[in-house]
Ligand binder design. Structure first.
Ligand SMILES: Cc1ncc(COP(=O)(O)O)c(C=O)c1O
Length: 436
């Protein structure tokens, strides 16, 4: 990483006294009360009043009938995916995944936890390219995917950075093809979407839904996640699987494979203390997004977009994307990068290095799954159809790849809700200096 503190372009800018985070936990005090309550009443286990309350309050907030407290969002996504697969393809043997031999359409620009459960269950993720209006799964590319793979019956969709995707279109396409949806609302808790003229919460839009309380999320329990559903049968099954699939026998009796995925009552105490502050956190994140939009408007960059008519993001992370003409040369290897500075231009890695030099944390856009070494042999579908193998030795490839483009030109900005206006102004000033 280059240190920009001695670069003349940044003269007069002081380093931050305390690190400015991308998105860190924000405690309010009630968390301690509920953790202490669990300890004092000796409910230090995967049962207790905190878990019951978190499940009740969050089901109410999201507008679903049932919530099942789990150890993390990844566990919630795993059991959501497994439950969907079992519904579609039946119960697998204990030593086989429920998706063996099956393909699943998946969001491409997302954190790998969204889609790894497909592999846990022995399925093959087919990555669907991204659209430019919300940076989520492209309905057009999804249509193309159903043309290429008409037998697919499951779609895993995430709402990137807290911005709802085009769920109305995606639901219509899935219904047409008889496919079920696993919704990953890990990043979008509290974001709303207008479906059929009615505002609904993300986390209630799929057939099987998951949220996360990871330490970087809009509210946290240090860890934790929820499986959300309107089906009592699904909720009961997921709760059973999450507690090692114990049967109602005096001894340990098992009819099916189980997991140790249940939420801890201590973790639930932290979440219980955070829930009353969810809306306040969203308002703070929105203010940060709007200040960036205003502060960066004279630069050749745009903020991460959303559909203001049909959605209300939770603004979990503020991001920006540099106009093509203003991109300075930048190359990324597997684990390293190189860029040059040019007058009037910059690049995501230069901006990230610059803000890091002064003590602020940003991050590259989540690298698309179809570009990840582990998934490079998996299919990738764009609005043009098959997105793989479009180049040859004689013709330079010019295929559409929206996700790769957002990864190349975009970045996540410091979005911590404890960031002061002065700190944010300084981040904005550093970004301006990068373009000098
Ligand atoms: C989109 C997305 N899905 C899933 C997860 C996994 O959640 P957890 O860390 O709670 O397992 C995360 C973040 O951590 C995420 O950002």
């Amino acid at each position: 990483m280059n240190d920009f503190r001695t670069d003349p372009r940044f003269k007069g800018i002081e380093p931050f006294e305390k690190k400015v985070w991308l998105s860190s936990p924000t405690m309010h005090g009630d968390e301690q009360k509920w953790v202490d309550d669990a300890i004092q009443t000796n409910w230090v286990s995967t049962v207790g009043a905190n878990i019951n309350e978190v499940e009740r309050l969050m089901a109410e907030y999201v507008g679903v009938k049932y919530a099942v407290g789990l150890s993390c969002g990844t566990a919630a996504l795993h059991l959501a995916t497994k439950r969907a697969a079992e519904k579609l393809y039946g119960q697998a043997k204990p030593n086989a995944g429920t998706l063996a031999g099956k393909k699943v359409f998946c969001s491409d620009v997302t954190f790998d936890a969204s889609i790894n459960p497909v592999a846990y269950e022995d399925g093959e993720a087919v990555f669907i390219d991204t659209e430019t209006d919300t940076w989520n799964m492209s309905p057009e590319a999804l249509e193309e995917a159903f043309m290429l793979y008409p037998d697919v019956k499951l779609v895993v969709i995430a709402h990137l950075y807290g911005t709802p995707g085009k769920m109305e279109e995606i639901r219509q396409i899935c219904d047409k093809h008889g496919a079920l949806i696993v919704e990953d609302a890990a990043e979008s808790l509290g974001a709303k979407y207008k479906l059929g003229g009615r505002w609904v919460e993300t986390g209630s839009l799929g057939d099987y839904n998951a949220i996360s309380f990871n330490g970087n999320k809009i509210i946290t329990g240090s860890a934790g996640g929820l499986f959300l559903t309107d089906s009592k049968e699904d909720a009961d099954k997921v709760r059973k699987w999450s507690t090692q699939s114990r049967e109602a026998a005096p001894w340990y009796q098992h009819e099916e494979i189980g997991y140790n995925y249940r939420m801890s009552n201590i973790v639930a105490g932290v979440i219980r203390g955070q829930i009353p502050y969810l809306d306040e956190h969203i308002a703070q994140k929105r203010a940060i997004y709007e200040r960036y939009r205003e502060g960066l408007k004279d630069l050749p960059v745009r903020m991460n977009p959303y559909d203001a008519e049909k959605s209300e993001p939770n603004f979990w992370l503020s991001c920006c994307i540099i106009d093509e003409e203003a991109m300075a040369p930048m190359v990324r290897g597997e684990n390293d990068y190189l860029y040059t500075s040019e007058s009037g231009k910059s690049s995501p890695q230069e901006i990230l290095d610059a803000i890091a030099s002064f003590g602020a944390e940003g991050r590259p856009i989540w690298k698309p799954m179809h570009m990840q070494p582990i998934y490079r042999t998996h299919p990738f579908v764009t609005v043009e159809g098959n997105g793989r193998g479009r180049t040859n030795a004689y013709i330079k490839g010019s295929g559409v790849d929206v996700g790769a483009d957002i990864f190349r030109r975009g970045l996540c900005l410091p979005s911590d809700n404890k960031m002061t206006e002065e700190q944010q102004d300084r981040v904005i000033e550093i970004i301006h200096r990068c373009f000098r």
